[in-house]
Unconditional design. Structure first.
Length: 271
């Protein structure tokens, strides 16, 4: 059974009968007259890691941002089709996009901590989203989940901007976790990091997938193969609109792709 609905139209939690975290149906995204993504129907399983791969310009980031209506923050963007989350199309007129973005969090390519203390980076976002519990406990729990607590527990009052790039990215993940999303979107979260910091982010993704659905855009096919359970491969047509070529379990897509275009991309014949 579905739980009681919120004012934003969402059920309060997923149930065992809800195998998918997100389902898209004929999803299209336009920037003015330019179609960036066309006719994507996709089923993202809950509490798994799904990678989106493909050549530059094929709409990967646009697709990711369509999952929590972040594309709407740019002028002239129009979205058609459906993105179903917890039984409701998030593009319905009565759905609050701010609530969508709380329930479906985003971690960006470049770490973007607030110019505040490490503590306030976690606490401030939670407070503005209405958190009324023990803030100290929330900060510690979020930092522990992001595998950062042991590194920062003695300097919570220091500026987050003083952290290394990898630490800043894990802080941004902790900040996202603090508002209790169901889904975490990651747009190339390790592309600006060194190999050691990248490994920590990948290990963290595996840990988080026990509790959250993770959807990650990556240019790094080796990373997609290492971290994801499912992979979606996108290309673009002659009008440069991105479209879904193939989607399935990562092990299958990388070892026995069903579409020759997927095989050509993975083996480096194009892209």
């Amino acid at each position: 059974m579905l739980a009681t609905q919120t004012k934003a139209g969402f059920v309060l939690e997923m149930t065992e009968s809800t195998p998918y975290a997100i389902e898209t149906r004929d999803l299209c995204v336009y920037y003015g007259d330019f179609q960036a993504v066309r006719d994507v129907t996709l089923h993202i399983p809950a509490k798994k890691i799904t990678a989106i791969i493909g050549p530059s310009g094929c709409g990967k980031s646009t697709m990711l941002r369509a999952f929590n209506r972040m594309n709407e923050l740019a002028p002239g963007v129009r979205t058609t089709g459906e993105v179903m989350f917890l039984g409701q199309n998030i593009y319905d007129a009565d759905v609050d996009p701010v609530e969508v973005r709380r329930r479906i969090g985003m971690v960006f390519q470049k770490p973007n901590p607030f110019p505040k203390s490490i503590y306030e980076n976690i606490a401030w976002g939670a407070r503005i989203n209405g958190y009324r519990g023990d803030v100290d406990e929330l900060v510690e729990r979020s930092l522990r989940q992001a595998a950062l607590w042991d590194e920062v527990k003695d300097k919570l009052g220091q500026s987050a901007l003083a952290l290394s790039g990898g630490q800043q990215q894990r802080l941004c993940i902790a900040r996202t976790i603090a508002v209790k999303p169901e889904i975490i979107l990651m747009d190339e979260p390790a592309s600006a990091l060194d190999p050691i910091a990248t490994l920590k982010i990948e290990e963290l993704m595996h840990d988080l997938a026990r509790h959250y659905t993770i959807i990650v855009v990556t240019h790094n096919m080796q990373q997609a193969a290492r971290v994801s359970d499912f992979t979606a491969f996108f290309m673009m047509d002659e009008r440069r609109a991105g479209y879904l070529v193939e989607y399935g379990p990562t092990c299958q897509l990388f070892t026995n792709p069903q579409d020759k275009r997927t095989e050509d991309y993975i083996t480096g014949r194009f892209g």
